[in-house]
Design a protein around this ligand. Structure first.
Ligand code: TYD
Length: 215
C-alpha cells in the first residue's frame, strides 16, 4: 500500500458478474469499522458521470473514446479517489485503467502506447515518491469465458454501446485483461467467475483476507 488508504478495483468483461459482489465487500469493510467509498468508472463524480453517459451512448471514434475515459478518470482521481485515500479510507472501484487497456486497447484495437502514456500522465500523483503512478493496491479480476458472459448478459437489460459488441470484441477484451494480469501479477487476483455466486464470493473474501485487509 502506498498510502494509509486502500484502493481495490473490480474488473472483467461485461456479464462476468463483478458488480454483484462490490456491495457485499463494502459491507464487510464497514462491519470492521472502515470508512469506505464505493465508486465506478467511467464515472464517480458529477463531471465523470456526465462523460460516462456520452461514452456509453454516443458513437465516437476510438481516440475520442480513450481521451474521454481518461478525462473522466482524471477528475475522479483528483476529486474523489485521492482525497479518500489521503483520509485513510477504503476505495472500491467498479473498473479502472485495466478496463481501458482491455476495451479501448484490446476491444477497439486502439494504440496501446498512447494508452500507456495517458496512464502515466493521468495517474501521476504528487507525494507518491518512487512509485509515482496511482494504481489499485489490488485488482479483483472476474475471469469468465466470453460466450458464457454473453449468454448471461442476453438475459438482462438493453445493451449499451459496449455490451452490444459482437463476441469477437469480448474475446479481445478478455485477452487484453490476461495481458494486463501477466504484466502485473502481484496486483491481480484472478477469480474464476464461472463458479456459483457463493463460491465466487468466498474466493474474493479470502483474497482480501489473505492480504490482511479483512479479518
Ligand atoms: P459496466 O462497468 O459494465 O457498468 P454496468 O454494470 O452499469 O453496465 O459498464 C461500463 C462500460 O464501460 C463497460 O462496458 C466497459 C466500458 N469501459 C471502457 O470501455 N473503458 C474504460 O476505461 C472503462 C472504465 C469502462
Amino acid at each position: 500500500m502506498t498510502s494509509s488508504g486502500l484502493f481495490i478495483s473490480f474488473e472483467g468483461i461485461d456479464g462476468a458478474g463483478k458488480s454483484t459482489h462490490i456491495e457485499p465487500l463494502a459491507e464487510a469493510f464497514r462491519a470492521q469499522g472502515r470508512a469506505l467509498v464505493l465508486t465506478r468508472e467511467p464515472g464517480g463524480t458529477p463531471l465523470a458521470e456526465q462523460l460516462r453517459t456520452l461514452i456509453l451512448r454516443d458513437p465516437m471514434d476510438a481516440m475520442t473514446e480513450a481521451l474521454l475515459v481518461f478525462a473522466a478518470r482524471r477528475d475522479h482521481l483528483q476529486t474523489l479517489i485521492e482525497p479518500a485515500l489521503a483520509r485513510g479510507e477504503v476505495v472500491l472501484c467498479d473498473r479502472f485503467t485495466d478496463a481501458t487497456f482491455a476495451y479501448q486497447g484490446g476491444g477497439r484495437g486502439f494504440d496501446v502506447d498512447m494508452l500507456a502514456y495517458l496512464e502515466q500522465r493521468v495517474q501521476a500523483v504528487a507525494g507518491l515518491g518512487s512509485r509515482a503512478l496511482r494504481q489499485p493496491d489490488m485488482t479483483l479480476w472476474f475471469d469468465l469465458a466470453p460466450d458464457v458472459a454473453a449468454a448471461r448478459l442476453s438475459q438482462t437489460r438493453a445493451p449499451d454501446r459496449f455490451e452490444a459488441q459482437p463476441l469477437e470484441f469480448f474475446r479481445r477484451v478478455a485477452q487484453a485483461y490476461g495481458q494486463r494480469q501477466a504484466a502485473d501479477p502481484a496486483r491481480f487476483t484472478r477469480i474464476d467467475a464461472s463458479l456459483p455466486r457463493e463460491q465466487v464470493w468466498q474466493a474474493l473474501r479470502l483474497a482480501v483476507h489473505k492480504r490482511g485487509w479483512l479479518t
